[in-house]
Write a protein that binds this ligand. Structure first.
Ligand code: CMC
Length: 429
């Protein structure tokens, strides 16, 4: 028999159904609460206990450090799959067979160019423009070049075309935002290269010199993108779903997701980690001092790359990334003093009662910045890299929301402001 939750308000008892997911996660369904109780709502700042949707895309068990995309463990995908395979899996629900993968890859490859007129937009940004600001604007601008995409539900083929265009063009827009900041000439995509190779080519080649593709770098990038590809209802994904729920087009919804990702408490943490490690190094490398600062409630400093809203034991992505980081640095022969500080910081924090009590462990972003640094990605581009990785997840979640015909996202509130009062003219105030 299915479980029922009971809530008692003013002597009346109300029954609420309990729903259960395929991994036995349970939720109390309060969707009829307000109507049934004559106005009661629930309050949950930061949505720490609120499920906003039922989703079949990603399973995450924060207590046991489990992450699966469409049922496949992240460890297996990170080791064996390509980013485009994982993108297909997230968006369409199953791993592609060889025909499906070929056709998906060809479609992505055919759409890597962006309209020439967009180059002028880049040129209007100041050289110091943060590439995340540029990327969010450029992705939203794509909607102006494809006005047919404004209709959010145009049938499968048209929807797929918009999705493929976006996956194809994001690396081009990302690399061009970097080239523009450097005031270097834009490099056009080369369609004989794969997804990761092409991005590295557009980032690092010059009209005067080819980019020498290093398989170690390509493989590290592929792994990082897969690890970031989806993470169920996090801040940026919830943003994409809520913007899309108004039937705003896909480009606008993803642009909003990019903006949400930018913040240092979310995707911006990878940039913040490197800046923090540099700050600690420049300050003499006294790790204990910085751990003490992070524990001091009167000090706003936090250890960036530590803690997670849902992982309360370990972040499985951090485990994979830590190993990848050691491998990449060894294979590339990079001796980065930041890594030593990072390792020291991790050790001190993990042995400290404050961090133990609060279940604060290194998250995915603690080591990703060190890998990006080793493969010469500039610090300001780290969060852009996260956005390229997260794109298929955002798209899959947007698509699921549209296909399930979810209602517009519109939370309620408890009003705590003034009661009604009369207008007083300015002379009498
Ligand atoms: N350094 C020091 N103290 C911390 C930290 C930290 N990094 N993270 C959490 N705490 C403390 C916090 O002060 C609070 O202490 P108390 O109970 O005494 O008030 C307690 O731990 C719980 O923290 P919270 O802020 O209530 O937890 P949250 O779930 O709201 O926040 C978080 C999660 C990721 C925003 C937070 O841990 C944080 O700010 N971490 C640093 C930023 C970071 O690395 N973000 C990347 C997350 S992974 C990438 C992604 O998926 O976005």
């Amino acid at each position: 028999m299915s479980e029922i939750a009971k809530i008692e308000l003013g002597g009346t008892s109300y029954e609420l159904p309990v729903i259960e997911g395929t991994e036995n996660e349970k939720g109390i369904d309060i969707s009829k609460l307000r109507g049934a109780t004559g106005g009661y709502i629930t309050i949950d700042p930061g949505f720490k206990n609120t499920g906003s949707t039922k989703s079949a895309i990603t399973y995450l068990d924060g207590e046991n450090g489990i992450l699966r995309y469409r049922g496949y463990p992240i460890e297996q995908l990170a080791e064996k799959a390509t980013f485009l395979e994982v993108s297909y899996l997230l968006i369409y629900g199953d791993l592609p067979n060889s025909e499906e993968l070929t056709s998906f890859t060809e479609s992505i490859t055919n759409h890597t160019l962006v309209h020439e007129d967009m180059k002028q937009f880049f040129e209007a940004y100041p050289p110091k423009a943060h590439p995340m600001g540029v990327l969010a604007s450029m992705v939203c601008s794509l909607s102006t070049f494809y006005p047919e995409s404004l209709d959010h539900d145009r049938g499968t083929e048209a929807k797929d075309l918009t999705i493929h265009r976006l996956i194809a063009k994001l690396p081009t827009l990302a690399a061009w935002s970097y080239k523009n900041a450097m005031r270097h000439p834009f490099m056009y995509p080369k369609n004989n290269l794969d997804y990761c190779e092409n991005f590295l080519h557009m980032m690092f080649a010059m009209p005067t010199s080819e980019y020498q593709i290093d398989p170690v770098v390509v493989s590290a990038l592929n792994t990082l993108l897969i690890l970031h590809a989806d993470h169920e209802q996090n801040c940026s994904t919830s943003t994409v779903r809520i913007v899309g729920s108004s039937h705003a087009n896909l480009y606008a919804s993803i642009s909003a997701g990019i903006s949400a990702l930018w913040g240092p408490l979310h995707g911006g943490a990878n940039q913040a980690v490197i800046e923090m490690l540099e700050q600690i190094a420049n300050d003499g490398g006294d790790v204990d001092k910085w751990v003490a600062k992070a524990k001091d409630k009167s000090d706003s400093f936090r250890l960036m790359g530590f803690g997670h809203r849902v992982y309360k034991n370990f972040d499985p992505r951090a485990t994979i990334i830590k190993k990848a980081c050691d491998d990449v640095l060894e294979k590339l022969g990079v001796d980065d003093p930041m890594l030593e500080i990072a390792k020291k910081l991790e050790k001190v924090a993990l042995e400290d009662e404050y961090f133990k009590e609060r279940n604060l462990y290194p998250n995915v972003d603690f080591y990703s910045g060190i890998i990006y640094k080793a493969i010469n990605i500039p610090t300001e581009m780290f969060t852009v890299m996260f956005a390229i990785g997260r794109l298929p997840g955002w798209i899959a979640q947007w698509k699921e929301m549209i296909e399930n015909n979810e209602p517009i996202g519109r939370p309620r509130q408890i009003y705590t402001g003034e009661n009604e009062r009369g207008y007083v003219s300015v002379e009498k105030r």
